[in-house]
Design a protein around this ligand. Structure first.
Ligand code: ADP
Ligand code: 5GP
Length: 186
């Protein structure tokens, strides 16, 4: 099995519910040398989410203090909550030569494009908008209000596909994983 390129930054984006988290979990299980950035968020934890493992769950006040202190590589507001990538662990991992993976939304991806133009950015898209809605609803973790915010944002995000180095359809999960590995040269 081929390993990920040391010190390379790869970013996966795409609308909420498309399957980014699911695909990334499978990629990491096969390629444990890849270091996944753990984001900070002001969103409340979903059932089963662990602080420091899925996210660092912060109050809005603490999050904003860290923004002011320059602690985030990028940050954005998404569906009423703030999300950001802690800067230092990413820089440390790259300096150590580890392959780094970010899984973030569109605005943040654009900021990373500015700060890491050599990074490789993949846009994950659903087979159809109807299937995206099915997945968000099927996940069963979001309120009706959160679902409609996420679907509204998804319509905007889907138009940005052309900005990315590669676009990948997450229809069949196993096929998407093989394709992602191919794109990453794994
Ligand atoms: P995201 O991280 O992009 O918000 P998730 O990984 O949470 O999305 O996936 C949203 C829902 O879609 C989950 O219930 C997940 O099990 C399901 N899902 C993910 N990938 C696929 C796929 N290829 N086919 C069908 N369902 C999928
Ligand atoms: P969720 O609430 O479903 O976990 O995440 C909502 C959206 O925020 C997803 O599209 C996810 O990729 C994105 N996201 C997660 N972490 C970050 C981050 O650190 N920065 C940015 N910009 N987006 C993030």
């Amino acid at each position: 099995m081929v390993d990920a390129v040391p010190g390379r930054l790869t970013l996966i984006t795409g609308p909420s519910g498309v399957g980014k988290g699911t695909l990334v979990a499978q990629l990491l299980a096969k390629h444990p040398e890849i270091w996944l950035s753990i984001s900070a968020t002001t969103r409340s934890p979903r059932a089963g989410e662990v602080d420091g493992q899925h996210y660092f769950f912060l109050s809005r006040e603490t999050f904003e203090q860290q923004v002011t202190a320059g602690g985030f590589l990028e940050w954005a507001e998404f569906a009423g909550n703030l999300y950001g990538t802690p800067r230092k662990p990413v820089e440390d991992s790259l300096a150590l030569g580890r392959p780094v993976l970010l899984e973030i939304e569109l605005e943040g991806a654009r900021q990373v494009r500015q700060s890491f133009p050599a990074g490789f950015q993949v846009f994950l898209k659903p087979p159809s908008f109807e299937e995206l809605e099915r997945r968000i609803r099927g996940r069963g973790t979001d309120s009706e209000e959160a679902i409609s915010k996420r679907l509204g944002r998804a319509r905007i995000e889907l138009e940005a596909e052309g900005e990315f180095d590669a676009a990948l359809v997450n229809g069949d999960l196993a096929t998407a994983l093989v394709e992602l590995e191919r794109l990453m040269g794994l």
